[in-house]
Write a protein that binds this ligand. Structure first.
Ligand code: DX5
Ligand code: ZN
Length: 220
């Protein structure tokens, strides 16, 4: 897959989503944070908004479900045409079944982990996944400080992923900026969510290109 930058619109103008997405044409996909005020202490938007956005933007959608009962809600996002659907393993009763269902519906299957959730219990199911999303802040809000304590988990996930013989992307989410992205590349991440770093920049699209250039240089 290579290096990819997926800006999060969490801290953008949610009443003008299509225009906000249009500000980052260099993005590889747009990262959409769905929150239910149960899995995380914050509430954003759900499937109707994601579907509406599809009618106004051809940018691939990378949906991040920070919701309880992931098994029940995630497949509809794949049916709606999202390119990648991330469910949190802490919110799924049957992650293998769910990953298979997402793939069958044509989406990339991605599993998210909170900062304190270890990867090791899921080592044997990595082959069922296209991507692992490693939270590098506690999920729920944009603009938080990057947690360096997540770096060893990124490294261990990359090692375990190598053993599967398939290509698995590792996405990091939370506090990614020009200051932190290289550490994540070094640890083995290749897909980067950036919310405030992109949307607080004077030129959001230039920031997307800067972040990609930094990551590519470090990966080379
Ligand atoms: C937080 C979300 C993130 C958030 C990242 O729980 O999952 O996608 O938007 O925002 P920044 O990049 O500002 O940390
Ligand atoms: Zn996210």
């Amino acid at each position: 897959m290579g290096i990819a930058i997926t800006p999060s619109i969490l801290n953008a103008d949610l009443a003008d989503l299509a225009a906000e997405v249009a500000r980052v044409p260099s993005a590889d996909a747009i990262h959409l944070d769905v929150m239910d005020n149960r899995f995380v202490p914050n509430l954003t938007f759900g499937l109707p908004v994601v579907e509406s956005l599809r009618r106004h933007s051809s940018m691939p959608q990378d949906v991040h479900l920070m919701i309880d009962e992931a098994d029940r809600w995630a497949p509809a996002y794949a049916e709606a045409g999202c390119e990648s659907v991330t469910f949190h393993v802490e919110a799924s009763l049957a992650p293998i079944r769910l990953a298979r269902e997402l793939r069958k519906l044509g989406a990339k299957a991605a599993m998210g982990l909170r900062p304190a959730t270890p990867i090791e219990p899921y080592a044997d199911m990595l082959g069922e996944l296209d991507k692992v999303l490693i939270m590098t802040v506690e999920p729920g809000f944009g603009g938080q400080a990057f947690l360096d304590l997540c770096l060893p988990k990124i490294r261990r996930t990359r090692e375990l992923a190598k053993n599967t013989g398939t290509s698995i992307a590792i996405q990091v989410d939370g506090g990614i900026s020009e200051e932190t992205i290289e550490r994540c590349v070094d640890a083995g991440a290749d897909v980067f969510v950036a919310g405030s770093a992109v949307y607080k920049a004077d030129d959001p699209d230039a920031m997307v290109r800067d972040l990609r250039a930094l990551a590519q240089a470090k990966a080379a």
